[in-house]
Design a protein around this ligand. Structure first.
Ligand code: ZN
Length: 283
């Protein structure tokens, strides 16, 4: 009996999971994995970008309630392609759009924007909050994924960084409780932090999933209205990684911890196929 395997992907904002690892999720969904799709923030900020008739882009900063509604709807559509439904941890983002489109920061007794629950820490401090960490530990233990994928810690977006901290802290707590799965951070392309993002330790060959990756990104229409552009940055980036990795297109990762193989338990598969590819491609 082959145990049903799961991959848990955790992103800060609607579209982050797809930017980091859409090809990997699509590839291994086709190999029978269930995808656990987790959003750490409530997606209340950002803008709604559309393409006007003359081809120019227009971004409208909608209210937190409208942004949440729109971005969660797009999340539902993307997760549906992966045969799953998003799980929202709903940590408020650190800011939201005011009625005049200005950006309002959540701090120092600021009124809560409409639609935001009280007493939930923003994503910026969630990794220091025991109850927020426990929620992620519970999810890991409930789903027992072969592998967890999330943001890397060299990221200029603080909500990506603090999502990585939250997930990584929860991961180690789950490991202490006996969790054996792997954790990897996906790499972004920010070279402003030095060369760390031009290095990685392993990759997944997504050559056969390049178009599907971009279609999945396009489900987040308010963020990615031009995902079908053949020169889209998120297409070129995985092609660039592929050139280095010896395949057409690749998504790249660093290990936090590899899958922990049980020594004596021969009833369990040694490696699930995704873990096998990640180990095979490790440098
Ligand atoms: Zn993001």
């Amino acid at each position: 009996m082959i145990r049903k395997q799961k991959i848990m992907a955790v992103g800060a904002h609607a579209d982050d999971i797809e930017v980091g690892t859409a090809g990997t999720l699509l590839k291994y969904k086709d190999q029978g994995y269930d995808i656990v799709y987790v959003m750490s923030t409530n997606n209340m900020s950002g803008g709604n970008t559309t393409i006007k008739e003359d081809g120019s882009k227009e971004t409208v900063k909608e209210s937190p309630v409208d942004m949440m509604k729109l971005r969660k709807k797009e999340c539902d559509a993307a997760a549906a392609v992966l045969d799953t439904q998003p799980i929202h941890l709903d940590h408020p983002q650190r800011h939201y759009n005011g009625p005049d489109g200005s950006q309002i920061e959540l701090r120092y007794g600021c009124d809560l924007p409409e639609g935001v629950k009280e007493n939930v820490p923003t994503i910026v401090t969630a990794y220091e909050d025991a109850a927020s960490i426990q929620k992620v530990v519970d999810l890991i233990e409930e789903h027992n994924p072969a592998c967890i994928l999330t943001h890397g810690i060299a990221d200029r977006n603080v909500e990506h960084l603090t999502t990585a901290l939250l997930v990584t802290k929860a991961f180690w707590q789950a490991v202490e409780n006996g969790f054996r799965g792997a954790l990897l951070h996906w790499r972004n392309d920010y070279t402003c932090l030095g060369e760390i993002n031009t290095r990685w330790e392993t990759h997944v060959d997504i050559s056969d999933y390049l178009d599907q990756r971009m279609e999945l990104l396009g489900k987040h229409r308010c963020q990615m209205p031009t995902a079908d552009d053949p020169d889209h940055g998120h297409r070129l980036r995985v092609l660039k990684y592929g050139t280095v990795c010896g395949c057409k297109a690749a998504e790249v990762f660093t290990w936090v911890r590899r899958y922990d193989i049980p020594d004596l338990d021969t009833t369990e598969n040694f490696y699930s196929p995704l873990i096998a590819e990640l180990i095979q491609n490790s440098v």
